[in-house]
Design a binder for this molecule. Structure first.
Ligand SMILES: [Zn+2]
Length: 142
């Protein structure tokens, strides 16, 4: 199972075997860490592998383009992804583009934020959090 990940540094697209997520891979182009800076965009194809192979806790933002609170929370999630790079893996799931994932994870309202470790969901919250609330919530899982 391979993932396409855009390098947050040089923006080259890297094709990566999901199993290599556990090795905290570097970009093939600029050799800087791939899993830093920007959230990964997950699909039904790659999410199970991401959850299974990530060495870091994974936080998923279940969102949709038509959802106002999701839009306003987006920059908070992106900023946290940048400041907590290497501690938590940030993943976004567009529940409109990936309805099966929303159903599979029983997402009833958006945004929903869920934390996983070793493929197991630890906790979730619904609703857009402030930057401070989001960080305090995430710190519990580090
Ligand atoms: Zn790069």
């Amino acid at each position: 199972m391979s993932l396409l990940i855009e390098c947050p540094h040089c923006h080259a697209t890297n094709r990566l075997e999901a199993a290599r997520l556990a090795e905290l891979p570097n970009c093939g182009g600029c050799h800087q860490p791939l899993l830093s800076g920007a959230p990964l965009v997950a699909t039904a194809d790659n999410l199970p592998s991401i959850l299974k192979y990530s060495k870091l806790p994974v936080v998923i933002d279940f969102w949709a383009p038509w959802c106002g609170p999701c839009q306003s929370f987006g920059p908070t999630f992106a900023a946290a992804a940048e400041s907590m790079a290497g501690k938590v893996l940030f993943v976004k799931v567009d529940t409109e583009a990936q309805p099966a994932l929303g159903q599979q994870h029983r997402v009833r309202s958006i945004p929903t934020l869920a934390v996983f470790e070793g493929g197991v969901e630890l906790e979730r919250v619904s609703g857009a959090l402030s930057a401070g609330q989001f960080k305090a919530w995430l710190m519990q899982f580090l």
